[in-house]
Design a protein around this ligand. Sequence first.
Ligand code: 8YV
Length: 319
Amino acid sequence: MHTDTHDTELLMAGPLLPQLMARIEAKYRVHRWWEIADRAAFLARHGSSIRGIATSGRYGATGEMIRSLPALEVIVSFGVGVDPIDMEAARERDVVVANTPGVLDDCVADTALALMLAVSRRICELDRFVRAGRWKNETPPLGRKLGGRRCGILGLGNIGRQIARRAEAFGMDIAYHNRSPRGDVPAHYRYCADVHALARESDILVLSLPGGGATRGLIDEGVIDALGAQGILVNVSRGSVVDQEALVRALREGRLAGAGLDVFENEPEVPAELCAMEQVVLSPHIGSSTVETRQAMADLVFSNLEGWFEQRRVLTPVA
Ligand code: 8YV
């Protein structure tokens, strides 16, 4: 069935991938939220005809936005994390929310392994060493091997499982913590009953759990100390999960060996002290940023929109 959607009005919360924006704007009547100067006047005029929000894990959708659109039916988000979407407001208003799970698991897991390797083998530090001409007069410092060390995964969901597979291929032992043990993972993955136990049993602790209120500040001073002075923290989930000040303090005081961070508490702000640390590898939230995966995410966003407005069914609803 083909339905004409040209008159369907959408609010786009922020700029998305250019080719995705072009595709959406060719098919729907799109209002660009970030370009609207007088938002109150805009809402008074168009608020009651907007049926969908196109957003991302970066822009989200606030409760205020959701409640100010009485005709809203669907929120379609680019990314798997829905922490900046007010899910409760969406539920109250019977608004369907769709994200892009599945298509980015490989790339986010690759990013986690890249950070694990980069920190353990001191790749970025040694790159700076070579560029500074120090090789001529100095012996490069030694790294640590991954094989034989313990990889703890906090959040063994789809992404976490891909991280586990990769870490196993490097010869690491796998432990994890979820709300409950998973029955569908290899029996030799050790389940730890809480975050502290997992940190104690890990050489490298990888965070791949959802952000949001329920996990805010979960990685605090106590967990960092349980990971210990030889430990490495890798975060590919959300900056909000980590008490960033406690992390910086532990790195400064040598109570943690290193960190590989793709996400931060207040992106794109990164504390200057972190930027100055040799034992830290920083990346600008690029977990899913490959040509292939971003295209797959864009296709899924578009299919979710089409699915809703043509068949009243999104492909990947958030449960
Ligand atoms: C995206 C992400 O970069 O999927 C997620 O939750 O964090 C990333 O894949 C983000 O959603 C786009 O802004």
